[in-house]
Design a protein around this ligand. Structure first.
Ligand code: UD1
Ligand code: CA
Length: 459
């Protein structure tokens, strides 16, 4: 077995992004670019993975903390891609095999291309293998200069002659190298170019002059090796990734009224015969069942929606669960482990936080239900509020099956309303309501006749 070692370059400033955030943490279709790269790299089962960090190193390191087995080296200052690779020398001391070099800002590289790269590199027993592509607009990329005998060298855009600028075969910035003698050779790269930086692509020319084997692997679809250097490129790539996901959904039996305004993250699952209306966002691991209808302007994040559920316009649902055949919205807000039972209804301007609303229960208008456990077939009237916070602690409201909570009621937690109990309209519930009883707290109504006429005379 020949070992694979991965090095990911992510130290650059990303000047063209005009951002305080490290470039590789910018999100393509909802995920940081570098996550794509790390996931693809993992498919090679590498012996080591090293990320070269520099600009905003601490921010980047913190963002990747959850990923096990990553090594970091700091490149400071950043003097080019060859200099970046050199910083990994001591981390890789004594290692042998194939070094696969990836760019943190090239997120769409496929696992298939990566596997082909390693395979071709080994078959040819090459010193280096470069992933290339033919593109319509090669502007900004390093160009692959070829002779009849194969690749001769790579010239950067800024250093290319007008004739070289016409070359449409570009360097992806992704390579396989034989580790044997690699760092020694990289050290011989000079910074004699337009940017006065140490360019890793120069290694190709150096190897070829020494008669070493340098191979190329050309990808069929150039979008795979597109780099992100600006916000415009970020947006273009995001659109392409989203379009791809939407096409996948449609092929799997989901209706998208307007794919151009439907935003579905890569890790989202949607069941067959579900309809997504314009302006829907489904994010971060959300699962939507089949036969659902998700109306315009709905955003669902890290949540699970059961089969045949309707979410009406402009709802926000995060970290929550909705069971089958429920109806949510319009304008409802479910958050922080809200859980809505089967056939339950949550209507206009209702907020559920860390609350279970049982099967068949209804809260149709203007309510705040927080830290509540609500049974099945409960009716929550308009304007009901769980007063769940006493200034120090969050307290639980329990409403048992079949209870009826009249409109404009405040439930001062901790409190329990028993099974089948009624709470009269406008009640401030301070004490538990036993099952089957009626709670009222408002005083008897008095009508003072002629009061209005009297007021007019007095003023
Ligand atoms: C690079 C290649 C170019 C190729 C293109 C493909 C060089 C000199 N040029 O150009 O041939 O066509 O990628 O996308 O390599 N980085 C560091 N430290 C540094 C400089 C850069 O870690 O000192 C990292 C960046 O964070 C980035 C990657 O290396 O992730 C590529 O650097 P970038 O400046 O984007 O190179 P390009 O100009 O795109
Ligand atoms: Ca780049």
């Amino acid at each position: 077995m020949i070992d694979v070692h991965i090095v990911i370059l992510a130290a650059g400033k990303g000047t063209r992004m005009q951002s305080a955030l490290p470039k590789v943490l910018h999100r393509v279709a909802g995920r940081p670019m570098i996550d794509y790269v790390l996931d693809t790299a993992d498919t090679l089962a590498p012996r080591t993975t090293t990320v070269v960090v520099g600009h905003k190193a601490e921010v980047l390191r913190a963002a990747l903390r959850a990923r096990p087995g990553l090594g970091f080296v700091v490149q400071e200052p950043q003097q080019g891609t060859a200099h970046a690779l050199l910083t990994t020398e001591s981390a890789l001391a004594g290692q042998t095999g194939t070094l696969v070099l990836l760019s943190g800002d090239v997120p769409l590289l496929s696992a298939h291309t990566l596997a082909t790269l390693v395979e071709q590199h080994r078959l040819a027993a090459a010193a280096a293998t470069v992933v290339t592509a033919f593109v319509d607009n090669p502007h900004g990329y390093g160009r692959i200069v070829r002779l009849e005998t194969g690749i001769s060298h790579i010239v950067e855009d800024g250093d290319a002659t007008p004739a070289q600028r016409q070359i449409r075969e570009i360097n992806s910035g992704i390579y396989a190298f034989d580790l044997n003698g690699l760092f020694e050779s990289v050290r011989s790269i000079a910074a004699e170019n337009a940017q006065s930086e140490y360019y890793l692509p120069d290694l190709v020319g150096i190897y070829r002059k020494r008669g070493l084997t340098v191979e190329t692997v050309t990808v069929a679809s150039p979008h795979e090796i597109q780099g992100v250097n600006s916000r415009l490129e970020l947006a273009t790539m995001t659109r392409a990734v989203r379009q791809h996901k939407n096409a996948e959904l449609m092929a799997a039996g989901v209706t998208l009224d307007d794919p151009a305004t439907t935003y579905v993250d890569g890790d989202v699952v949607v069941g067959t015969d579900t309809v997504l209306h314009p302006g829907v966002s489904l994010e971060r691991g959300t699962v939507v069942g089949s036969g659902c209808e998700i109306h315009s302007g709905v955003r669902i994040v890290s949540s699970r929606i059961g089969d045949h559920t309707t979410v009406l316009d402009h709802c926000v649902i995060t970290d929550s669960v909705v069971d089958a055949h429920a109806v949510i919205g319009p304008f409802a807000h479910l958050r922080n482990q809200a859980s809505v039972g089967a056939r339950a209804k949550v209507g206009n301007f209702v907020e559920l936080k860390k609350t279970r609303l049982g099967d068949g229960s209804k809260s149709m208008h203007l309510a705040y239900l927080g830290d509540a456990v609500i049974g099945s077939n409960v009716n929550i009237g308009a304007g009901v509020i769980t007063c769940n916070y006493d200034g120090t602690h969050k307290r639980t409201t329990t409403i048992e099956d079949g209870a009826f909570i009249g409109s404009d009621t405040q439930l001062i937690a901790p409190i329990t309303v028993g099974e089948g109990a009624y709470v009269g309209t406008g009640t401030t519930v301070r004490e538990n309501v036993p099952a089957g009883s009626l709670a009222v707290s408002a005083g008897k109504q008095r009508n003072i006749e002629g009061w209005v006429e009297g007021k007019k005379k007095r003023t």
